[in-house]
Design a protein around this ligand. Structure first.
Ligand SMILES: C[S@@+](CC[C@H](N)C(=O)[O-])C[C@H]1O[C@@H](n2cnc3c(N)ncnc32)[C@H](O)[C@@H]1O
Length: 258
């Protein structure tokens, strides 16, 4: 259970990132303690982390991206989603990112574990990979799922919130990068709709730490796991570098959009 004096959640300190295997670490999170899970799990494709695309030069991309073999992807998904279901509060919700190639396994695993799908969102981004004889992929799927369709939290911050989100990928220059990274604006939108200040937001596959960075900026608590030690250190460093100036990151507004 969470204790307010110690800000612990089971054996984990809140507002921290742990380096290790989520399949093992998640088992140590007590049941019904997490308000929101936002995660972009590893893919099961022949993803080349060091591929030189959208402004990433090869030397600057950290090595070690941990892929899952295609034939084990459903099994892997069920394993972590079972834990996700157990640790979410009754009012909690989860957003899972997926490319179209693994979507079947993700959808089946979510259903089989017992989640209820509320929305199937599409994130449309710029930067496709050049193709000769097929269409350029420039979208991602985001499954918005809950445990209890009567009790889940939803702050209707837009009058007419549509299920297709057009948000650009971020263009990082000159710094070390992890090979995949969600845009801050995208994660911010999710957190504003599906969590409140003081809530606990968890990402079992945190990569460069975006979910934690946005949670910190919006006054939410966070917890994250990452298996590749270099990414884990990178995320920790990124969090410790957050400056108040970043609160005016989007549209010159206060980060809460006010
Ligand atoms: C698609 S990336 C997440 C990117 C992240 N959303 C960001 O904005 O940087 C998936 C991450 O999961 C990590 N990962 C893969 N298997 C894992 C496991 N068993 N436990 C913890 N992390 C894992 C990978 O190393 C990778 O960093």
């Amino acid at each position: 259970m969470m204790s307010s004096e110690t800000s612990m959640i089971g054996k984990f300190k809140l507002d921290d990132i742990y380096c290790g295997d989520s399949l093992k670490l998640m088992k140590e999170i007590p049941p019904a303690t997490i308000d929101l899970i936002v995660t972009d799990p590893p893919f099961a494709i022949d993803f080349k982390a060091k591929r030189n695309n959208y402004n990433r030069t090869q030397e600057r991309v950290l090595e070690g991206y941990n892929e899952i073999p295609k034939e084990k992807y459903y099994e892997f998904s069920v394993e972590w989603m079972k834990e996700a279901y157990r640790i979410l509060k009754k009012t909690g919700s989860m957003y899972v990112f997926s490319g179209w190639t693994n979507l079947k396994d993700i959808l089946n695993a979510l259903d089989d574990v017992g989640f209820i799908t509320i929305n199937h969102l599409i994130w449309k981004y710029q930067f496709g990979v050049f193709t000769k004889r097929k269409y350029v992929t420039s979208h991602y799927h985001i499954l918005f799922v809950v445990k209890d369709e009567k009790e889940y939290k939803f702050n209707k911050i837009e009058h007419y919130p549509e299920d297709v989100w057009i948000i650009n990928r971020e263009y990082w220059t000159g710094k070390i990068k992890t090979p995949t990274k969600l845009p801050v604006e995208l994660v911010k939108k999710i957190l504003l709709f599906s969590s409140n200040e003081g809530d606990i937001v968890f990402d079992p596959f945190i990569g460069s730490g975006t979910v934690a960075v946005v949670a910190k900026m919006l006054g939410r608590h966070y917890l994250g796991f990452e298996i590749v030690p270099d990414y884990c250190e990178f995320a920790k460093q990124r969090l410790s570098n957050i400056q108040m100036s970043l609160f005016s990151y989007i549209n010159g507004k206060n980060f809460r959009g006010e």
